[in-house]
Design a binder for this molecule. Sequence first.
Ligand code: FES
Ligand SMILES: [Fe+2]
Length: 407
Amino acid sequence: MDQTAWAERVRAQMDYEWSRKGPPEGFPSLPPLPTGRYTDPAFYALEREHLWKKAWLLAGRDEDLPEPGSYRTFDRTGSPLLIVRGRDGLLRGFFNTCQHRGAPVVRETCGAAQRLRCQYHSWTYDLDGTLLQVPDRRDFTELDMSQRALKPVRCEVYEGWVFVNEDSGAPPLREWLGPIAAEWSPLRGADLRAHGTRCERIPANWKTVADAFLETYHVRTIHPQTVAKLLDHRGAAMGLFAYGHSRMVTPKWEKAIEEQRAREGPFPEIPDLDPLYSETNPAYSLFPNLITPLDTIGFPFIRFWPIDVETTDVEWTFYGPPAETRSVEQAWEVYIKIFDEVMEEDFMNLAPMQRSVASGALESIPLSYQERRIYHLHEEIDRVIGRDRIPETLQVSPRLEPFWERG
Ligand code: FES
Ligand SMILES: [Fe+2]
């Protein structure tokens, strides 16, 4: 991708956002979101069935599965999934489900094995899922072993990030990423390494949590001593993409940029990034549950995992160039602690907001032009569930497709 052309386009958008007196000409007013979307068990069941089982979900990193036979389980969406590196070096996804009577073929969350042997009756599978051995084979008179391979799950890798998707008909990962695949290429994701993971359980619907990361309208009030000192939300330039993804580039204050330049930290930076990366906060949302505010030293990938209709695990992992020295590792530890404070500021409101919507005190949620990424997320949720499955009172009416950026 031509980074400079991209950066120029984004700068022009930021200039426009600063100067505008209201929403742009022709921008629709967005119908309020029905709050039942955050509380109704039937809507949650629709999401479980049609969203989480059909979405590309970030499940791990390529380097966490280093050898042929390395495996990891992944059960964040309720289905027992398994990712295995084959003898050909390729990663494959399966259900961790023996095709005899359904026991798991691996029990550890990660490990290495040359064969996948079910611990119930020892049916044994090759790393590519082929059923190799059935003890007492003579007693299964009708068994066609070729029809009893492990059930596959889509598994594709982008720049070291491993995604899975239970929907065999889903578009290829790259196609689904759309313009983001090219926009992220300067980050050299395959060279980055994890520097720490946090997880926190929040008593709120996963969308209450996700919405909180899709706008900077709240920055001055919720983050007065942290993010507000860094970012000028009035210049936030947003892009909406197909498949529910979006981008928001928020300019930093001049003073913050200068302070940042003067600082000589121990962090190695991702090389050759356009200066836009240090002058702004380019944040992305990958549908449905991944948010990342990018930075030159590295960045967190923040993911939201529903536990039930009003409980969500927020899991965030920091990626950056490999830490060569102890001082870099220590710097990451400090950085992650500072980030914890920002996250706590964001989390503070979520449980009370969930209680409010559950009480019926708020019937619907009016969204402004600045909050259009939230509306875009909700539009896509309805699109993937299928509008005809959703009770009319809970639907979101599509408005934003004419405003998508097409790469
Ligand atoms: S359930 Fe796996 S061998 Fe019987
Ligand atoms: Fe925030």
